[in-house]
Design a protein around this ligand. Sequence first.
Ligand code: FAD
Length: 391
Amino acid sequence: PEASAPLVIIGTGLAGYNLAREFRQRDRTSPLLLISKDDGAFYSKPLLSASLSHGKTAQQLSQISAEEMARELDAEILVHTHVTAIAPKTKTLKLQQETGNHSAEIHYDRLVLASGARCRKLPAIAGDAQARLFRINNLGDYHRFRTALVGHKRVLLIGAGLIGCEFANDLVQAGFDVELVDPQGWPLATLLPEAAGRDLQETLTNSGVNFHLGRTICSLKHNQTGLDALLDNDEKLQADIALAALGLEADTSLAETAGLNTNRGISVDRLLQSSDPHIFALGDCAEVEGHQLFYVAPLMTCARALAKTLSGEPCPVYYGAIPVAVKTTLRPTTVCPPPPTAVGSWKISGDSEGLCAEFRSPKGELLGFAVTGAAIAKRDRLTLECLPLMN
Ligand code: FAD
């Protein structure tokens, strides 16, 4: 069976589907199989944190069905099918179907892991309401949250990072009352200097978001009508429903069944090749030469490069500077964070119309930046000047 075994892609998120599309532009005939534990619908994940205020249902966000994708890609797509183990020696995968408890084995010729990441969990806290915490990292999560919101008004949001701030922006515009709690001192604290974070905070506050920064949640309990949260300064908050946005972490357990090298994500080189020469990885599950980036732009770069590599033209990935537009529409903000190990300092300019923060090395090189409001106009110029993530 090995000779006719397909190229197998695990995952039908933006990484899996964009790779499949790029691959099919170069190779129209090799057998291609995609496997997903979800329903395989094509959707744009960034819309999940910007669609409540537009009244969009999960069904409206699900743009193309798996069936249509299979036709477009001339591929077989197995949906609601969980890959439970990889055996590199025999080049086989173990599959478990969601319904009926069927299991099966299939062969691959080459394998690509595009299996994404999962939401970080809240550390254990007191109270009986942890099970009622929502997290959103796929269409199903969005559907569950949106359905549970019906008839409610007060949302407790935990985490003021990128996704938390976007949900705060979306929820207040959809008419909800938002209490936003984060242990850090300002919003987007891992990406932005304080002045730029405060700039965003001010707009969100004026629009109705109640920030509780520098605070942690000690307990979360049910009451007769909703939830009671107790903060570490003894402040009590009441809400109907709670959403945690604590960031993502790659799930490396499947890669570990294959004995692949992993770190924070599945370790791959610039050809996106893992420690097994027949297995590749891209997207949220991958760590590319030490870079773990949970954004769309780098995974698109990877999809284009890997499609070339898989069709016989080895193409190493190159990451330039990667600016990310934060979807806080009330105060447009773009971040291009300096690498975590970068040495330098932030310089801030601007006024109430918009701020520009530049992170420069002692030699004056631009290593990262953030712009808000009217200063967004500087984005392209700064992106050009900023040093690339890879040489
Ligand atoms: P995923 O979309 O998570 O896909 C993983 C796939 O793998 C799924 O199909 C899943 O079913 C499948 N899978 C996993 N394990 C298995 C298994 N064992 N067996 C079978 N199938 C499996 N990025 C930006 O650049 N800009 C933004 O504005 C932005 N906004 C965002 C907003 C939200 C709310 C979130 C959650 C993320 C946002 N991101 C944004 C990040 C971006 O969306 C992700 O980096 C990207 O979508 C990841 O795609 P992926 O294909 O790697 O993973």
